[in-house]
Design a protein around this ligand. Structure first.
Ligand code: FES
Length: 336
């Protein structure tokens, strides 16, 4: 995190500490909870995600040609693959023969993309290599290649958009775009990934994490007598920035490591959480799989040069996992 961003956050928090306490509002889900498990509404929501840039991973997961990440966007499986020339390309993870998924694991490395069902083989750039002849003879060769998906790389993150070109900067807006640049995400490296399945609407989990963060659940145990945490909330359109700090921050100057006493959360619409904490940065995707089923993917990123190969998972990541595994009660009720 750059000193400029630390100074901005420190200034906001100190001003809040000096003023009257006001509790952080919960993240407001769109629509009343009792209608959130409506199947039609869920399908409309997923369809609208096709027109948004969606974070599908961190670029450091693709260090060599053939490295790939797989993620679900708007109900469709997406593959992002590092090419021999160094660029990244995206495809639907769907074989053009009979629609099998080419890969089922979330990341890996392949020399080519070979379908497990009947062994159609695609090059890393999505072109069909084999069989070359004798299939669908009346259809042009492009119909056999993998279907491309627009991919953008910005702030070290990989963004996929199914309809249209991914304009990440416009989607974020200038203030948030500057914040993400100041997070120095591009110099972080993927350290560990946890995947969990929750029986809940994906926004229920998002709401729980934002509320838990605002209440100070990610600050850790700093010892007794630290008082009530201070939380600031800044909304940028549909996105949110939220910082939560213990009271020791009030005595720090602008050059202090703000992240030692503060957790900083970005809720990027629709389903991405970025959490800055003491040991690194959590990137969380809440992947809607069904109206009452979400896959939670927690990618732990550590600053370049940090060596955790033989270390336990840092405690701040463990706290984040615990919060992600929690949600306050059963999933929202299904509407009639
Ligand atoms: S479905 Fe992929 S080769 Fe047949």
């Amino acid at each position: 995190m750059t000193p400029e961003l630390q100074a901005r956050i420190l200034g906001r928090l100190k001003a809040a500490m000096a003023g009257p306490h006001s509790p952080a509002p919960r993240a407001a889900p769109e629509g009343a909870p009792e209608t959130a498990l409506d199947g039609d509404r869920f399908r409309q929501e997923l369809s609208s995600f096709k027109r948004l840039p969606m974070v599908v991973g961190h670029a450091s997961a693709l260090s060599a040609p053939g490295d790939y990440v797989m993620e679900w966007v708007a109900g469709l499986p997406i593959l992002v693959v590092r090419q021999v020339g160094g660029e990244v390309r995206g495809f639907l993870n769907i074989c053009r023969h009979q629609g099998a998924m080419l890969v089922t694991d979330r990341c890996g490395r392949r020399e080519a993309l070979t379908c497990p069902r009947h062994s159609w083989r695609y090059a890393l750039d999505g072109t069909l290599e084999a069989p070359r002849a004798g299939v669908l003879p009346n259809v042009g060769p492009e119909a056999h290649h993998l279907q491309p998906v627009n991919i953008a790389q910005r702030h070290g993150l990989l963004w996929a958009q199914l309809d249209g070109v991914a304009d990440v900067a416009s989607c974020l807006g200038p203030a948030l775009d500057r914040d993400l640049s100041d997070l120095e995400l591009a110099t972080h490296r993927l350290f560990h990934t946890t995947v969990m399945s929750r029986r809940a609407h994906w926004r229920k989990v998002m709401d729980t994490v934002v509320a838990g963060h605002g209440a100070g659940r990610l600050l850790g145990s700093g010892g007794p007598g630290l008082g009530r945490p201070t939380t600031i909330v800044d909304d940028y359109g549909l996105h949110r920035r939220q910082a939560c700090s213990d009271t020791r921050l009030a005595s720090l100057d602008a050059s202090a490591q703000v992240r030692s006493h503060t957790t900083l959360l970005y809720a990027l619409y629709p389903n991405t959480l970025l959490m800055v904490h003491r040991d690194g940065l959590s990137h969380v995707s809440l992947v809607p799989m069904a109206v009452d089923h979400v896959t939670v993917v927690h990618r732990m990123l550590t600053p370049e040069g940090a060596d955790h190969r033989n270390a336990e998972r840092p405690s701040s990541f463990t706290r984040m996992d615990a919060l992600l595994a929690d949600h306050d009660g059963p999933p929202w009720t299904r509407s009639a």
